[in-house]
Design a protein around this ligand. Structure first.
Ligand code: RIB
Length: 311
């Protein structure tokens, strides 16, 4: 499949990013060195990433009837994303995320999901008219929209790839239909399973526990600068990360899962897809912001050439 069509059912946010020397203590105010608005949201980051990596990317989302929403739609159109299934919500403003970016590139994020939580089952059903080759989901929209997407995917017999962020307390994981690939990060893994994936043994234990909670065929744990760990139900593999100069880790996980989906559809090879995703994740942390940091196909190829990487 040269150009897979990927439907992303997910969130669209405007991120306001504060660059800070450190996170303030309780009761303390600190000065931000600068701030900026950057298009973000886990769904939007994933759909833009998929498009830049060569997929035919379709976005199903809800934005508000406001300036942020209009700016986001324009940005998606510039990325050649199919925006026909983005609805303008009359009742709630566009989702907003406040991101506190520290000097070492690490961040803390507070999300106000707003219109994202109004995404309805009908919106999702409508979006499946695009006849995607796969659907990519996160947990930043309404639970019903995520569950429905897995149901429509089952009906159309297409794979579901889920990025497990952000953690939603009491999310009914048992209502999700079959998942082809589940990809949580370290903290999501720990929160869902109670097991912190620190080494190969705990990674494997966490994968087994995850499988008892979510009906997933393959699991790929994102371990940030340690790489990733994959388990296909039988075999596991630990793939090391690439050393890069980390400027901002925002959206690295979103880009990783999108790359995983794109390459898995192209090659049908989980190990190859995870290695590709590892490169995309690494490149994403080298730039500032969410949408602004997502690499394109050429940047990935150049990096592989420069570092002599074969996947
Ligand atoms: O994963 C990063 C994203 O999380 C940000 O862009 C922010 O909008 C939140 O959704």
């Amino acid at each position: 499949m040269v150009k897979p069509r990927i439907l992303v059912v997910g969130s669209a946010n405007m991120d306001i990013v504060f660059s800070v020397p450190r996170i303030p203590n309780k009761g303390e105010s600190i000065i931000s060195e600068n701030y900026g608005y950057v298009p973000g949201g886990k769904g939007a980051n994933a759909v833009i990433s998929a498009a830049r990596l060569g997929a035919d990317a379709v976005f199903c989302a809800r934005i508000g009837n406001d300036e942020h929403g209009l700016n986001l739609i324009e940005a998606y159109k510039r990325e050649r994303i199919d925006t026909r299934y983005i609805k303008i919500d009359k009742n709630s403003p566009t989702g907003l995320a406040a991101i506190f970016l520290e000097e070492d590139g690490s961040n803390r994020i507070i999300v106000y999901p707003s219109a994202n939580l109004n995404l309805e089952v009908d919106d999702v059903e409508n979006a499946f008219l695009c006849l995607p080759d796969a659907v990519l989901l996160q947990f930043e929209t309404s639970a019903e929209s995520v569950i429905a997407a897995t149901e429509f995917a089952e009906r159309q017999n297409i794979p579901v790839i889920i990025d497990a962020g952000p953690i939603r307390p009491n999310f009914p994981y048992d209502r999700l239909k079959s998942v082809e690939i589940l990809s949580p990060n370290e903290s999501e893994t720990a929160q869902i399973t109670g097991i912190t994936p620190t080494n190969a043994e705990t990674c494997l234990q966490a994968c087994l526990k995850l499988r008892s909670i979510i009906n997933a065929k393959n699991i790929v744990l994102k371990l940030s600068d340690r790489g990733c760990f994959l388990h296909d139900g039988k075999n596991c593999e630990y793939i090391l990360s690439h050393h890069v100069n980390a400027v901002d880790t925002t959206a690295a996980g979103d880009a990783f899962t999108a790359a995983l989906a794109v390459e898995y559809l192209r090659s049908k090879n989980l190990s190859k897809a995870a290695k590709y995703a590892n490169i995309v994740g690494a490149l994403t942390v080298t730039k500032y912001g969410a949408m602004t940091s997502l690499p394109n196909e050429k940047e990935v190829i150049d990096f592989m050439y420069e570092k002599n990487i074969r996947i």
